[in-house]
Design a protein around this ligand. Structure first.
Ligand code: AMP
Ligand code: MG
Length: 535
């Protein structure tokens, strides 16, 4: 089949809805909240809204869908991607899935405020599922309203695209559209509900299947259904593994482990904290999914989480993400066990996570330091010592690594001279005591010696570092400033950040203000350092 190259009318998009065609549907079509048994999804229509307005769209995702600029700027685009008009071929549905939330089995969750529109086939023959987040309630909405507010939608939209350009596997975001309606939210669950502007993000991914998609069937003993979903998943998203069989199930699980490990290494590289790594928020494709109370490390702190809902245990803190991913994979292994019925091969497959993570972590550490290989004999200690130094005084992680590339590679220099290019990374100058300075000076000299012993040229070192250490990330306070403006009807900063974050590793002269460390006012401001699940 020949697919057209560019679409000038949305009606010309081609849909091939394999998921709804091949997997069992909930026979009930009334949109009330319920437990859904024996089905992978429920058909449900997006809620109509009064006065939608497009805030921003991603040109790269538009391109992925073969959409021209004119189409994206049309009134029809706004109507379609807010959920007001269905295109021919769309078959909207919400997924049924479960999950462990904060370590506890939570039963059925499902797409409570996400409605999948269908699978577009682009000019390369790729299938991409379109999903509206915030388009109204579904059978899985439980006690909530199925809506999303502008602030969380700006955050999801910008971060999806920022992550993609950073090279981190992620679901994508096509569009951010205001609904024109108000949504009431109690931002910190403090008994202070307020109306906020509602919005819809159109997310795009090859599949939105989660660990919890399998867990729900295992928990209910619906093993046949789990097998159907797994066979379908292998045939559509993992066709290179071959036709489903016991052996292919194990290969599939090993691949999920590998992809998850690679994703987590990237998170640790760029300083991303997901915030809610529940098993319903883990993609089987190893994509970062569900941008809620996530955050970016400003000062390096392995104990940090932006999620106030997790403040007590800090289960999903930065430094815990690798262990949590492993725990989550263990839950997925438990879920598919009835299809395997042997512990040993599942155990071996899950070791793929540990191995991939270890190798990926080492390669990542080496790249962040501008080394061409990781030598365990020296580099484990070199890295551990650096992380201790970064943690010991408030040090901006992004700035530090970026400026480390500018280090003058001369061990004879004084501590102060060596540190000079790094000074911008420090939040509290008084914390830089003589002892700290001496410690960092020693570390920098060890580092210089390590680089010199490797024989790597300085320009090469810088190139490796600047490709691994972004200059621009979606700093928490920048997203909040863009939100503040957007809430006043000014979308310029959303679009400016979208543009900036297309090239996170480039210097981008004139844009340096966006690479500065967090200003002091943002230290304790809601939305900047503290977020909750309320969105
Ligand atoms: P999260 O932790 O944000 O991934 O959400 C956990 C579950 O709650 C998922 O099943 C979501 O679909 C659902 N959920 C979150 N917010 C809402 C909302 N405003 N309305 C309906 N369901 C929601
Ligand atoms: Mg979720």
């Amino acid at each position: 089949m020949d697919y057209p190259k560019k679409i000038s009318r949305l009606d010309d998009l081609i849909f091939d809805n394999r998921f709804t065609r091949e997997l069992p549907a909930d026979p009930e079509t009334v949109n009330n909240r319920r437990q859904v048994f024996g089905a992978c999804y429920s058909r449900v229509l997006p809620t109509q809204v009064a006065e939608p307005q497009t805030v921003a769209y991603s040109r790269e995702v538009a391109e992925l869908l073969d959409l021209s600029e004119e189409v994206c700027k049309s009134a029809d685009f706004t109507q379609v991607f807010v959920g007001n008009r269905l295109l021919p071929g769309m078959d909207p549905y919400a997924l049924c899935y479960g999950g462990h939330q904060f370590g506890n089995w939570a039963g059925q969750l499902g797409d409570g405020r996400a409605i999948n529109l269908g699978e577009v086939v682009n000019c390369h023959g790729e299938h991409l599922t379109l999903q509206l987040k915030g388009a109204g309630s579904t059978p899985y909405s439980r006690t909530a309203d199925g809506l999303a507010v502008l602030r969380s939608s700006v955050r999801e939209f910008l971060c999806s695209e920022a992550m993609h350009h950073l090279g981190v596997p992620t679901t994508r975001a096509l569009s951010l559209i205001l609904t024109g309606e108000q949504v009431v939210r109690d931002m910190f669950y403090s008994g202070d509900p307020k109306p906020e502007p509602g919005a819809v993000v159109c997310r795009v991914a090859p599949s939105f299947t989660r660990f919890g998609s399998f867990q729900i069937f295992a928990a209910r003993g619906e093993i046949d259904l789990m097998k159907k979903l797994l066979d379908y998943t292998i045939r559509t998203d993992f066709p290179h593994l071959g036709e489903p069989s016991l052996d292919v199930y194990l290969k599939w699980f090993a691949e999920v482990c590998r992809r998850t490990a690679e994703m987590i290494v990237h998170w640790q590289r760029v300083g991303f904290v997901h915030g809610v790594m529940n098993t319903d928020n883990m993609s089987i494709l190893g994509l970062t999914i569900d941008y809620g109370p996530y955050g970016w490390l400003e000062n390096y702190d392995s104990n940090w989480t932006p999620n106030t809902t997790d403040a007590a245990d800090r289960r999903y803190r930065f430094g815990n993400q690798p262990q949590i991913a492993f725990w989550n994979l263990g839950q997925l292994a438990n879920a598919i066990y009835p299809l395997i019925e042997q512990v040993e091969p599942l155990q071996q497959a899950i070791n793929v996570y540990t191995k991939t993570f270890e190798q990926g972590w080492q390669a990542m550490v080496a790249a962040k330091l501008g080394l061409n290989t990781f030598d365990s004999a020296t580099d484990d200690e070199l890295n551990t010592e650096l992380l201790m130094l970064l943690q010991s005084v408030e040090t901006d992680m992004t700035i530090f690594y970026r400026k480390l590339a500018l280090l003058v590679m001369d061990v004879e220099l004084s501590d102060e001279a060596l540190m000079a290019p790094l000074m911008e990374a420090y939040y509290v100058p008084e914390q830089i005591t003589d002892a700290y300075q001496a410690g960092l000076g020693n570390w920098l000299r060890s580092y210089i010696k390590r680089v010199q012993a490797s024989g790597i040229a300085n320009t090469e070192r810088r190139n490796i570092m600047n490709a691994a250490n972004p200059k621009y990330v979606l700093r928490n306070y920048l997203a909040q400033l863009a939100i503040d403006k957007a809430e006043q009807g000014d979308f310029s900063m959303v679009n400016e950040l979208l543009e900036l974050l297309r090239y996170p590793y480039d210097e981008q002269p004139g844009k340096e203000e966006f690479a500065l460390k967090r200003p002091d006012w943002a230290r304790q401001r809601a939305g900047c350092s503290m977020l909750s699940c309320s969105s």
